[in-house]
Design a protein around this ligand. Structure first.
Ligand code: SF4
Ligand code: SF4
Length: 295
């Protein structure tokens, strides 16, 4: 089974629209939405949920108010300023707590407990394109890299269960921990960029991360025709770096119309963007199966 991760150095390049179109074009797939901080693949794939699991990650301190004697030792000991004392009662700010366990150690009354905390959920759903594993992280919660690892693990299990030949991964934007968890061990990364200076810079960073992780990269330039100078510069850079540019997707209002309908552009249009996405998928499929002749 192959794993293709669609990534981008930053949000807003149209990555999820590209994933939705590839999902419609590819056969025999399992989808993994690893953009767990801002999951939106479900908006275009109308999933029907069949499994829901709680995601617990890390331990945080909680204070048992009935046992707290208000001595303030935990407040002094917490170097993260996560405990405050008010009206003789200590309380923990869960967003500031780093889970170091010191509060529990210093409390003479045994009022500070250390509890595993639920920070999100993950789901297995059925979509018209195939099974999808997706997740939701509580706003402000950390451990998104760990949740991405869970989503990818469950997607592999789902692919093994149904005999799918490809896991199509919607990766996290950026280059942080969840991106590393999205890219590690994938057979190919499709980096979606757009012709802006910031996207060009972010593309360079995500290519660097992919190379460190030894994940081969190909590039697609979305809305390539909105700035020909920057598109040319990106293509030159890719050529110099020996990165195949597998798709030039033009600006097309059909993409926005498809988004409004909650579908992919290849299902709703036979215009320029849909045609270029179809050609892009044929190239990527060729690279994944070793039949394209591309490096
Ligand atoms: S576990 Fe550590 S960070 Fe959290 S409240 Fe206790 S001392 Fe502070
Ligand atoms: S150390 Fe224990 S008893 Fe003292 S304020 Fe903190 S929770 Fe309350």
């Amino acid at each position: 089974m192959k794993q293709l991760v669609v990534t981008s150095g930053k949000g807003g390049t149209g990555k999820t629209s590209v994933v939705a179109s590839l999902a419609a074009l590819a056969d025999d797939i399992v989808l993994a939405d690893c953009d767990v901080d801002a999951a939106d693949l479900h908006l275009v794939l109308s999933p029907e949920r069949r499994r829901r699991e709680v995601f617990s990650a890390g331990f945080l301190a909680v204070v048992d108010a009935s046992a707290c004697a208000g001595c303030g030792r935990c407040v002094e000991a917490c170097r993260f300023g996560a405990i405050t004392l008010e009206d003789g009662q200590a309380s923990v700010n869960a967003y500031a707590c780093e889970g170091c366990g010191v509060g529990e150690l210093v409390c003479p009354a045994g009022a500070v407990r250390f509890e595993e905390t639920d920070v999100g959920e993950w789901f297995v759903s059925d979509t018209p394109a195939g099974p999808m594993v997706h997740a939701r992280l509580r706003p402000g919660a950390e451990n998104s890299g760990k949740l991405v690892t869970v989503v990818r693990r469950e997607a592999r299990a789902e692919a093994a269960r149904c005999g799918a030949g490809l896991i199509l991964i919607d990766g996290s934007p950026g280059i942080g921990c969840p991106v590393i968890a999205s890219l590690t061990g994938a057979d190919l990364a499709l980096a979606v960029t757009e012709p802006t200076l910031s996207a060009q810079h972010d593309l360079e960073r995500v290519v660097e991360v992919s190379r460190i992780l030894r994940t081969p990269v190909v590039v697609a330039i979305n809305r390539w025709d909105i700035n020909l100078d920057v598109t040319n510069a990106i293509e030159e850079w890719c050529h110099k770096e020996e990165l195949p540019v597998v798709g030039l997707i033009p600006y097309d209002t059909a993409v926005t119309r498809a988004q409004i309908e909650g579908r992919s552009v290849v299902e709703t249009s036979d215009g320029a963007a849909a045609a270029s996405l179809d050609a892009l998928w044929r190239r990527v499929e060729g690279i994944l199966t070793g039949t394209s002749g591309e490096d």
